[in-house]
Design a binder for this molecule. Structure first.
Ligand code: ADP
Length: 451
């Protein structure tokens, strides 16, 4: 089949050229159709030529044999002449086909397929040329029919055509041909218009899609850049603030040590406020620094979440005992993760579940994990104070808290940490309401490594 592929390639290159075609409208398919017509016509007509020539010679019509051979070579020229405009190739092929149909009518009359050829040419023209040209073929068929009617009536030719037909039968046959030609052109025209509209619509959609995805890509790039800038800013700000803060805290400590109790009550109170404020500022800035550090020196490995959660529970032992909490853990999976960061997620979520408990209610916490196709979904279920629906997004932003410090201690950094860590893993974190009271924090992590 290698020779067939080579032959196809040569004709395609000759007719369609080497440029990568763009499917802008129906003309692409019209050109392809014409190319395929030529590709298949040559070998098929070669096969048909042998019995055709044999029968013509045997039937004592040698002129028909010469005519057939000339036709075959003409089509070869149309296929193989290089640098000929595609439209001219199409016109030449159509003229050849008309000549063939006329020849068959002249040489064979009603025995031959001449009339059938005329109808087939109309279909062919409708398929390979734009629609107005197709309507011309009806005109050509009418002209040929009138011409042959005159030839038959005036017996201008001594051929089977004039011998086998008389004017009445020719008019009956040729009017059927014209009727069928109109029918074919109108129907194919409808299909063509429909296809053209679909192709144009699709091309427009594709262009819009390309435009949108380009815009999206640019937006993602800008967002990435802005995010990097922000992280850099947070890092630099928190890092550079550490030094003056250390100095302030040390000075406040010294002040407290040396002057507490030696001044009046108001001064003592102010000193106390100062000390508390500097400690809190230190906690906040350390949190911010840690936040901007997440994912900087990442090391991913296969993590056993059972071990991770056990360690976390042991770290939180004091507050678990103090609140008399019960923590139930399902069998948890082993998955690729950043161990230190993932442990921090469990730590934040568990300590929140312990911290935001209802008054006089023993905290009951459950940790579960369910496998979906590509993800493990973890749930930390508590029976605490719950979270109103309108705050479910807000709480994941840095420094966002729903309660005053006097009610529940904290910095508002924990959940922001969690979100950043989970997203670093290619996962997602969110919160739902526990139907039995309290909250359910869920996060999903990919089963395999995501690059
Ligand atoms: P922090 O715990 O330091 O306040 P977080 O970022 O961990 O900061 O949490 C942000 C806020 O989300 C909390 O202040 C609290 O209002 C709410 N929250 C977090 N976890 C829970 C929970 N398990 N139940 C109820 N509210 C919660």
């Amino acid at each position: 089949m290698r020779w067939w592929l080579r032959y196809k390639k040569i004709i395609e290159k000759n007719i369609l050229g080497t440029a990568k075609p763009e499917i802008k409208d129906l003309s692409y398919w019209r050109n392809r159709l014409f190319t395929n017509f030529i590709i298949f016509l040559l070998p098929i007509s070669l096969v048909a030529l042998i019995p055709g020539v044999f029968m013509s010679v045997k039937g004592n019509i040698p002129l028909l044999a010469v005519f057939d051979i000339c036709m075959f070579f003409s089509f070869n020229l149309i296929a193989f002449i290089p640098k000929l405009d595609l439209f001219i190739r199409k016109v030449l092929a159509t003229v050849m086909l008309y000549l063939l149909a006329i020849g068959l009518l002249v040489f064979l009359g009603s025995f031959g397929p001449g009339l059938l050829y005329l109808l087939a040419i109309t279909v062919f023209i409708t398929l390979i040329f734009p629609v107005p040209v197709a309507y011309w073929s009806i005109g050509i068929n009418i002209t040929i029919s009138i011409l042959f009617a005159l030839i038959i009536h005036f017996k201008l030719l001594n051929s089977p055509l004039t011998q086998l037909y008389h004017l009445g039968s020719w008019i009956a046959v040729s009017s059927n041909l014209i009727f069928l030609s109109i029918f074919c052109v109108v129907l194919l025209d409808t299909i063509g218009k429909g296809l053209q509209a679909t192709i144009l619509k699709e091309a427009l959609l594709q262009k819009q899609l390309q435009h949108e995805s380009k815009k999206l890509e640019q937006m993602v790039e800008t967002l990435k850049h802005k995010n990097q800038e922000l992280e850099q800013f947070a890092y630099i700000a928190s890092h550079d603030l550490q030094e003056p803060l250390r100095t302030t805290t040390a000075l406040v400590e010294n002040l407290e040590k040396q002057y507490k109790g030696r001044l009046d009550d108001t001064a003592d109170l102010y000193l106390n406020f100062l000390s508390q404020a500097s400690t809190r500022m230190r906690t906040l800035i350390t949190g911010l620094l840690e936040y901007s550090h997440i994912g900087k020196e990442k090391q991913r490995s296969l993590v056993n979440c059972n071990t991770l959660v056990k360690e976390t529970i042991s770290d939180l032992d004091a507050s678990i005992k103090e609140s008399k909490a019960s923590i139930i853990t399902d069998n948890l999976p082993q998955l690729p993760a950043y161990p230190l960061e993932l442990k921090q997620v469990f730590q934040n979520l568990l300590s929140n579940a312990l911290k935001f408990r209802q008054k006089n209610v023993r905290p009951q916490i459950k940790i579960t994990a369910i496998r979906e196709t590509d993800y493990w979904t973890f749930s930390i279920i508590d029976n605490g104070i719950g979270i109103e629906e309108r705050f479910r997004e807000k709480i994941f932003a840095i420094f966002q808290r729903l309660h005053p410090k006097s009610q529940y201690d904290g910095t508002g950094i924990g959940l922001a940490h969690c979100r950043k860590i989970i997203e670093l893993h290619g996962g997602k974190i969110w919160v739902e309401t526990n139907p039995n009271g309290g909250s359910i924090f869920r996060f999903k992590l990919p089963v395999t490594y995501l690059t």
